[in-house]
Design a protein around this ligand. Structure first.
Ligand code: COA
Length: 258
């Protein structure tokens, strides 16, 4: 179905693997088009409760935008590409279903930005993160200047942005860029075990947590106002009734996402 992605759905977890290992999974136009289509599937398929994004092969999550497609761009085309990338990454960030990056090697440039657009990140111990765009006379264009600063703070972010330095997985853990570091062979199992726990919770409430938390970084929205509204909306869901009733009846809740 896809030229550059592999997808599978198991136990309500949709795994999306960027599959250009000979090019370190670099993001060309086809990958972007297919990621956009994948997001349609994530938003509309009720069987999907959460998503893993990872890269094929042992070496890279994603080594950035495909540099061969950048060479001939003029200013307007570059702005359009940046906007396109940002729009796809906003769809990931704003998904009500948790999307986790399982970072299995280099996450550079647009790859680091992709991982940062996910709701959180789990890394193998050989992962390396960086925004090397200044090596190419560029800046990050898919939200990297914003999300790196949000995630690790301004001083560390600006140092990484302007130096093009890479950090290893344990430094990323120390900076709060990733939640866990595990051996490469354990990466998908660990990510799935974290998502299995999340998938047992009330899906509407899970989505509202993400929406509300995202408001912290959205200047157009008041997160406290959003929290009040979404708290109220939980009370209009069957799952809230099931959750509180099951607690009072001392039984496990059976959430249906309604
Ligand atoms: N775009 C296009 N192709 C890329 C790529 C990218 N971002 N990153 C890697 N590749 C390709 C290489 O050109 C090479 O292809 P080839 O075998 O046809 O020549 C292949 O992937 C393997 O990469 P290679 O550079 O040989 O591996 P390495 O182990 O020596 O180095 C990196 C790994 C990640 C350090 C190096 O590939 C690199 O610096 N990539 C670019 C990272 C970057 O600047 N990203 C931001 C882009 S805006």
């Amino acid at each position: 179905m896809y030229q550059t992605l592999l997808t599978s759905l198991e136990n309500n977890i949709y795994t999306v693997t960027i599959n250009r290992p000979d090019k370190l999974n670099a993001l060309n136009k086809t990958v972007f088009d297919e990621l956009d289509t994948v997001m349609d599937v994530v938003y509309t398929n009720d069987e999907i409760r959460s998503v893993i994004i990872t890269g094929a092969g042992q070496k890279a999550f994603v080594a950035g935008a495909d540099i061969s497609e950048l060479n001939g761009l003029n200013k307007e085309q570059a702005m359009a590409l940046s906007q396109r990338g940002q729009n796809i990454y906003f769809r990931i960030e704003n998904s009500p279903k948790p999307i986790v990056a399982a970072v299995n090697g280099f996450a550079l440039g647009g790859g680091c930005e992709l991982a940062m657009a996910c709701h959180f990140r789990i890394a193998s111990d050989n992962a390396k993160f960086g925004q090397p765009e200044v090596n190419l006379g560029l800046i990050p264009g898919y939200g990297g200047t914003q999300r790196l600063t949000q995630l690790i703070g301004k001083g560390r972010a600006i140092e990484l942005l302007v130096s093009a330095n890479m950090i290893d997985a344990n430094t990323a853990l120390h900076y709060g860029l990733v939640n866990y570091v595990v051996p490469p062979g354990d990466l998908l199992a660990k990510t799935k075990s974290v998502l299995d726990i999340i998938n047992s919770k009330a899906p509407i409430a899970v989505g509202h947590c993400i929406t509300s938390a995202n408001c912290v970084f959205d200047m157009q929205k008041d997160g406290y106002v959003t929290e009040v509204i979404l708290f109220g909306e939980c009370f209009a869901s069957e799952d809230r009734n099931e959750g509180t009733t099951a607690f009072l009846e001392k039984r496990k809740a059976n959430f249906r996402g309604k």
